[in-house]
Design a binder for this molecule. Sequence first.
Ligand SMILES: *Cc1c(COP(=O)(O)O)cnc(C)c1O
Length: 381
Amino acid sequence: MIRSVIGDERVVLHEPLFRGNESKYVCECIETGWVSSVGAFVDRFEEDLQEITGAKKAVAVSNGTSALFIALKLCGVQQDDEVIVPALTFVATANAVAHCNAIPHLVDCETQTLGIDPHKLDIYLNDITKRVGSDTVNKKTGRRISAMVPMHCLGHPSQIGPLVDLSKKYSLKLIEDAAESLGSYYNSQHTGTFGDIGIFSFNGNKTITTGGGGAIVTNNHEIGKLAKHLTTTAKVPHSWDFFHDHVGYNFRMPNLNAALGCAQLESLDAFLDAKRRLASTYSEAFSNSEFVDFVTEPENCKSNYWLNAIVLKPEYQDQHDATLEFSNHQGIMTRPAWKLMHQLPMYEHCPRMNLEVSESIQSRLINIPSGPGIILGKIEP
Ligand SMILES: *Cc1c(COP(=O)(O)O)cnc(C)c1O
């Protein structure tokens, strides 16, 4: 089926597509000398992101992982806190928690959205936590649970409405890992804008790329200002003096990368449109399959279909590796789901709930080629 769309070439999972002003804007940086940590493209990229997401403030940073780390810091996550993280996620979500010397507490997902199951989480938190002052404390470990980081898996929005309610019920800060979901909406509101802070990634395999890059978005003016300040070495503005008022970070996105990003954002609507067309082609092709289900966007949501996925029906679970082996051998790049966080050595001892849904999905899911170029071609007609 893919072959009929793209012809006879090798098909990769998600390659970047440069079809607009990318070269022009990057050359502009080189010609003007504005290649590094300040420049007009950084400001423009942040403004563009604000407009697209509806967030009051966007701060461009070096990558999605540093965005998550700063978001956790700004939400007050401290050493020895526990942070609720889905077991089914890319490792960066858990890593950012570990970088704060905090502990990921792994929770299960649901089949429909592939995101955290809010109902299961509520029952679980009600069971394992107690209230100490204004804190929610894990009765077993005695540690404070200070935040949760839902992730919009493969671009499909999680049930963020109920998750926001839960974060309030248990006094948890909410950071949305929207790394994969630029262009995805829950009830017509852009993902990443529901919690205290949201983050995006613009790595090479994401919906749009800056080479490497990320962003922090928030509707909280104070948090936004502090995010910019902390990620730019906490230098107090002055026309010639060097005064820094915090232990800051150099997590800036260089102007060169932002230039690429500005050009990519000009193509965002075309990319999203192409990805929806590809998803609907897949959906039709797999609609009567006796072997697999195609993952579609949840109800009341618009997904960017960042990575398309099929899930083998339970009775064909044993065909998982053979399917991967066969398609890759045929020149069609497919990949399994990430290993669940507790299946990685550094997180195997993390506290966790029963993860049966994540385990079932992890053993059956296969990502299939999803780049916008499959529909648009490498060159604009
Ligand atoms: C890509 C990704 C990140 C991290 O992004 P980088 O820019 O690679 O640091 C974080 N979380 C999820 C879920 C991702 O897919």
